[in-house]
Design a protein around this ligand. Structure first.
Ligand code: SF4
Length: 394
């Protein structure tokens, strides 16, 4: 059984239903400040702190921190749950200080400092995308709302200097002192843990105080989830992972495509765009010899031109990170640029993502995979898709 989750309205009621309203507000305010140890909630009576401590999940512990890009990228493996629910999840902190020279070749240079946290919504993932390290792990369990948003509050404390050496090396000069952006792009498919994702978005936008525009939710294409996200009526950014320009290839690279093929996915995406007024980002992982020919770029260009309003979408090309047990890699830079150039002929705005943290097992799920493999767990490996695709393209 999980402990009551005070990051949800229902969980707070369950924990504090017999208390006056202002006690609930006090607890909510502490949690929003990143204080999740009831003993540190100094304006609560001792008995209430003890009750909260007994009912709440243990605070997440940092199991591992890996740094890259001179400390601008920190990938953190966090514990969550205990007993037979004990798991580990990955979160990534990416710092974009103002005037950082390291950003010169990155996607875009932000006008002011930015601290973006990439969070997980599941331990492992059931979607089975064969190029993805998390897909190799398989599904472990859903995270709770608390386990999802506490990844953000841990990073908030890291930025505030409260974690000391546990948070890695000292922060670079000019680093923001608080979280400015959150992207739901870590382990798992956020819309496959939909209620938790929606609650987490509400909490980040509400008590935590992020603007909706600073929140991005990524999906491989769970159409019912996109519709529910739209119903939230918040201008959060939707990032749709396409990874293939046609249904045949996408059926293998993103197996949920067999349930929600491209035409259905793009119709839902277009509706989302029109309802929220937010430009949609399409993510496209570049896998050499699989989905990166100029003919495939032309197919993708025509697909987006057919289904999306002009100027309303942005394509983010992501050179594939090396992933254990996956026989693929990124194409040469010239091929990446040629692909982007074809999209540009239809005026589709495109960036080639500068891979953050290449030297720290950057692929989503990889830190976890290495950690669990080292502790003796077996990782299932998806090889069937690679064999099918290579059979079709050879
Ligand atoms: S790419 Fe995303 S949805 Fe696909 S297996 Fe990896 S984590 Fe899951």
């Amino acid at each position: 059984m999980t402990a009551a989750d005070p990051y949800t309205a229902g969980g707070l009621d369950a924990l504090l239903g017999d208390q006056p309203r202002y006690r609930r507000d006090q607890v909510a305010a502490w949690l929003a400040k990143g204080v999740d140890d009831p003993q540190a909630m100094t304006n609560l009576p001792t008995a209430l702190r003890e009750r909260l401590g007994a009912a709440m999940d243990d605070p997440p512990r940092i199991l591992q921190v890996s740094e890259a890009d001179g400390g601008l990228t920190r990938k953190v493996l966090l514990s969550c749950g205990s007993g037979d629910r004990a798991e580990a999840v990955e979160s990534v902190l990416m710092l974009y200080p103002p005037s950082s020279e390291r950003l010169a070749g990155a996607d875009s240079t932000p006008p002011s400092g930015r601290a973006t946290v990439c969070i997980s919504t599941q331990a492992g993932c059931a979607m089975g995308c064969p190029f993805c390290a998390t897909g190799q792990i398989g599904f472990r369990r859903q995270l709770t709302v608390g386990e999802t948003v506490r990844q953000v509050t841990v990073m908030q404390r890291l930025l505030a200097g409260e974690l000391g050496a546990d948070g890695g090396t000292p922060l670079p000069d000019g680093a923001p002192d608080h979280v400015t952006n959150v992207v739901f792009m870590g382990m798992g498919e956020p819309l496959a843990n939909l209620d938790v994702t929606l609650e987490a978005v509400r909490w980040l936008h509400g008590p935590f105080g992020l603007s909706a525009r600073s929140i991005t939710v990524s999906t491989v294409g769970l159409v019912p989830g996109i519709r529910r996200l739209q119903a939230l009526d918040l201008p959060i950014t939707l990032a749709v992972s396409l990874h293939a320009p046609d249904d045949d290839l996408r059926d293998d690279l993103v197996p949920i495509n067999r349930t929600h093929p491209l035409a259905e996915l793009l119709a839902a995406t277009r509706d989302y765009l029109e309802a929220t007024g937010r430009r949609v980002t399409f993510e496209y992982v570049m896998i050499d010899g699989v989905n990166t020919s100029t003919a495939q770029a032309a197919t993708l260009r025509d697909l987006l031109t057919r289904h999306m309003p002009a100027g309303a979408s942005h394509v983010n090309l992501i050179p594939m990170n090396p992933t254990p047990a996956v026989p693929w890699h990124a194409p040469p830079i010239a091929a990446q640029q040629a692909f982007a150039d074809v999209l540009g002929t239809a005026g589709i705005s495109t960036t080639i993502r500068a891979n953050r943290g290449d030297e720290i097992d950057a692929a989503c799920g990889q830190l976890y995979a290495n950690y669990t493999a080292a502790s003796g767990r077996t990782l299932p490996v998806a090889v069937g898709a690679a064999e099918r695709i290579s059979g079709r393209t050879s």
